[in-house]
Design a protein around this ligand. Structure first.
Ligand SMILES: [Mn+2]
Length: 218
């Protein structure tokens, strides 16, 4: 089976509960729609989320979100400036401080490079249905867009939510469109999976692509 999970945002407790619930076999794959890091100020554990992803190995494929990109950019800039004895303003979110308390500078920089290797969009073909996965918005594979298109979405996202991408089922996170539930459009070709995880009242949402079964962790 192929599972897709929305924004985790440092909530390793909910991520662990989800992994227990879906109980991935060696043949299953979990796609994470990005925004793995930042937030969950009630119980943040970015290192725990990171180690869980590493532990899943080939059974897990992460797409890059805007928060992951911001964290990676900050890490690379921070250690580059440290060498030149130039200080950087604190990172806006909690992940850098929490992770740099537990990981060495080399491990931090490896994390940043690992994050930047995560793709912005993935195309899948499952039992004849073509899927596009991206953090905020998908594009026709033949029309490559600037990074921010996939990371942040565009001003005409209402059009994307209504129409999707012709010939594909698009699966995204980033925006809690459904207010705590996985949202899908009337054409059944756009699914928005961010259910607010990382905010105190948010949920972690997960979708099985073969069965369209939805899983929620409160
Ligand atoms: Mn996002």
């Amino acid at each position: 089976m192929n599972y897709v999970v929305g924004d985790i945002h440092n909530d390793n407790k909910k991520f662990n509960k989800l992994l227990e619930l879906i109980n991935l076999s060696e043949q299953d794959t979990l796609y994470i729609l990005g925004d793995v890091f930042d937030r969950a100020d009630y119980a943040p554990d970015p290192v725990g989320v990171y180690f869980n992803i590493l532990k899943l190995g080939a059974r897990c494929q992460v797409l890059r979100g805007n928060h992951d990109t911001w964290l990676a950019d900050y890490i690379l800039d921070y250690y580059d400036r440290l060498e030149k004895k130039k200080k950087l303003l604190p990172y806006t979110y909690n992940s850098f401080e929490l992770m740099s308390q537990r990981l060495t500078p080399v491990d931090m920089q490896n994390l940043a490079k690992y994050i930047m290797s995560w793709p912005l969009q993935i195309e899948l073909n499952i039992a004849g249905t073509k899927y596009l996965l991206a953090h905020a918005q998908t594009s026709l594979p033949s029309e490559t867009k600037p990074d921010d298109y996939y990371l942040m979405g565009t001003a005409d996202s209402d059009m994307f939510l209504a129409d999707g991408i012709d010939g594909y089922v698009s699966i995204c996170g980033h925006d809690n469109v459904g207010g705590g539930h996985i949202w899908k459009n009337a054409l059944d070709n756009v699914y928005m999976c961010d259910c607010g995880c990382g905010f105190a009242s948010g949920k972690l949402g997960c979708l099985c692509l073969e069965t369209r079964e939805e899983f929620y962790i409160n």
